[in-house]
Write a protein that binds this ligand. Sequence first.
Ligand SMILES: [Zn+2]
Length: 162
Amino acid sequence: MHPHCNRCQAELDPSSTSSLCPACAGELSAAADVAALRAFVDGIDAPVLLMQREPRQVVTANTQALRMFGKDLSQTEGHRGGEVFDCVHAFTPAGCGKDVHCESCPIKTAVLDSFATGAPSGEVQSRLTVVKDGASGLRDMQVSTAQAAGLVLLRIDRYDAV
Ligand SMILES: [Zn+2]
């Protein structure tokens, strides 16, 4: 099976490590501000967070992701990924990615790997303890990550209550 562009579904060169076709990658690189980045991710037919490297936080999210997590942009942009997922370890004093529980977080590892190597990660599974509106629960989460234009696209394929 040939990989396809995450955004426009164009067939990708099988040797490509990008999740985007050259046209979409070019469009992402050319996005001049957050509004343009929002418009870009809204063209992806899956819940997606766009992550930046330093500090590692969410640049923006598409409408499908906001709906999935029940958040608005102000609760998403500039926040850590785990805060958007309501991960219980995101609200410790150390915070998302820095708490002792985060050392083995598969989602964090996948994002870091994509930043470090440019290589995509697929079907990354994690079971999260979440706290939402004072109630705790478990979520089975599956994501994929890929670097594009110096950012990482974090696609959420599952976020199911256990
Ligand atoms: Zn494309």
